[in-house]
Ligand binder design. Structure first.
Ligand SMILES: N[C@@H](CCC(=O)N[C@@H](CS)C(=O)NCC(=O)O)C(=O)O
Length: 213
């Protein structure tokens, strides 16, 4: 049984898939792909992911891309702890949290704040302060929404880890590297406590990268 994940250690979406594979205990190989290489993504990667993004996944010849699909497949195809709540409403919340991450937290938080504040200065480029300022309200709204979904639970969708936690944590890890992200998180003590629990997981330390997109 061969399981392959093609991606980049710095990529939040790749990290979500790696977290799921590790949390499920699935033996796999991780192969780095350079989608930002000067000539564009390698041709063989465009066969796996026609949009030139990471990650892409393969299991015994079954090829899949899009993080949400990979996460659900990994949870359902392999033994190990269930990463989707059985309760219908909790499962709907999980889907909602994942969609909030994709639609708002990734563009506003990761690209609008983290890339401007951390990645660009690292490359010697100047942060676009107007872009950061424009991103803050929606990034703050994401924190408020996730804190509301979490409420008094240990994890976003109940007392057990779910795909929602694995989707959100890599994005929030990027934001935690910025002053703006840290103060948005600090405004929500229960979300901060959740973040502490997530950050302490071995899967998170095993997938830590010098994040730079
Ligand atoms: N919808 C895709 C999004 C993946 C994505 O945006 N990956 C980023 C890295 S975190 C990427 O490959 N970016 C390269 C690019 O935009 O050219 C998924 O769910 O897997």
């Amino acid at each position: 049984m061969a399981v392959m994940l093609f991606g980049a250690a710095y990529s939040v979406y790749t990290r979500s898939c790696r977290l799921a594979l590790i949390e499920k205990g699935v033996a796999h190989r991780f192969e780095e792909v350079h989608v930002f290489a000067p000539g564009g993504p390698p041709a063989e990667h465009l066969v796996r992911q026609p949009f030139g993004k990471v990650p892409a996944f393969e299991h015994d010849g079954f090829a899949l891309f899009e993080t949400g699909a990979i996460l659900r497949y990994v949870d359902e195809a392999f033994p190990g702890p269930a990463l989707q709540p059985r309760d219908i409403q909790q499962r709907a919340r999980m889907t909602q949290a994942i969609s909030v991450c994709d639609s708002y937290l990734y563009p506003r938080g990761v690209w609008g704040i983290f890339v401007e504040r951390v990645s660009k200065p690292k490359r010697g480029e100047t942060a676009d302060e107007a872009k950061i300022a424009a991103s803050l309200p929606k990034a703050a709204a994401c924190h408020a929404v996730l804190a509301g979904i979490l409420n008094d639970q240990d994890y976003l969708c109940g007392d057990a880890l779910s795909l929602a936690d694995l989707h959100a944590a890599p994005m929030l890890a990027c934001l935690a590297m910025t002053d703006e992200g840290r103060s948005m998180m600090a405004a929500h003590p229960k979300l901060s406590a959740w973040w502490g629990r997530m950050a302490a997981r071995k899967s998170m330390s095993d997938t830590r990268a010098v994040t730079d997109v």
